[in-house]
Write a new protein. Structure first.
Length: 255
């Protein structure tokens, strides 16, 4: 488990925040408290060192510091750094909450949690999993891709929503009629997921699937066939075994 924790820390600095709040979840449930406390504090310390010490070295001044430009509205005038963002969140919660009241952010949450019928939030402790994800996406004010579901930033939520769903369903085992309740929930999730997939998924195409800034298509177009033919030709070396390369500065054969 220690090795897995270290690997998670090595992925990105924001994973340390996720690990810290995952430890908080264990503390709230009273499970493995010593492990949760130690790993949680170390994860929080790692996040602080990365965000407030190492990352600012990349750009010591300006809104590029620690990528705080994505929280531009939360940055007080004349200030930079992630600490200024946290200070705004702590001292002016009503203003911070106002930045969440954006239609696109509501749609984003629906697209993330809707297929699972908000089951990840139907346990009294699983909210802890989603604090970092919300902080790094829903609080963004200067970069819309952070709260648009066709960008890679949804990965901040992906693992957590399935873990939290499993925890919610597992907690229902102690309730009367648990087998029927859980089976009904899983059936409803399958139906809802199919509806979401029908509208925006890749399997049942309606020409709405997007990956990043581009629409993703699965048909063979003339342009795509031309690119494929050129790639096939480029993959076959001439009989001489020598390939010529020319650019603006020089021309040289490459063996």
């Amino acid at each position: 488990m220690i090795f897995a924790w270290l690997l998670a820390l090595a992925v990105r600095e924001d994973q340390s925040a996720t690990l810290a709040f995952a430890a908080l979840f264990y503390l709230l449930r009273g499970e493995r408290p010593r492990w949760a406390l130690v790993r949680g504090l170390l994860s929080a310390l790692y996040f602080g060192i990365m965000k407030f010490a190492l990352m600012p070295l990349h750009q010591a001044t300006g809104h590029g510091q620690s990528f705080t430009w994505i929280f531009s509205v939360l940055l007080p005038t004349g200030e930079t750094g992630f600490g200024a963002v946290l200070r705004t969140m702590g001292t002016n919660p009503s203003f911070t909450f106002g930045t969440l009241l954006v239609e696109e952010k509501f749609v984003y949450v629906l697209m993330i949690l809707g297929p699972l019928l908000f089951l990840p939030l139907r346990h009294r402790h699983t909210w802890a999993f989603f604090v970092p994800a919300a902080m790094f996406s829903l609080l963004a004010t200067g970069y819309k891709p952070l709260y648009q579901h066709y960008f890679q930033y949804t990965a901040n939520w992906t693992a957590n929503i399935f873990i939290a769903t499993a925890i919610t369903l597992s907690s229902w085992k102690a309730l009367p009629g648990s087998r029927v309740r859980i089976a009904a929930a899983l059936g409803a999730v399958l139906m809802t997921s199919a509806i979401f997939s029908y509208r925006d998924g890749a399997t049942l195409q309606h020409n709405r699937l997007r990956g990043g800034f581009l629409k993703v298509g699965f048909e063979f177009t003339e342009k795509g066939q031309t690119i494929s033919r050129r790639a096939a030709v480029g993959a076959r070396p001439p009989p001489s075994g020598r390939i010529g390369r020319r650019d603006r500065e020089r021309s040289a054969p490459i063996a």
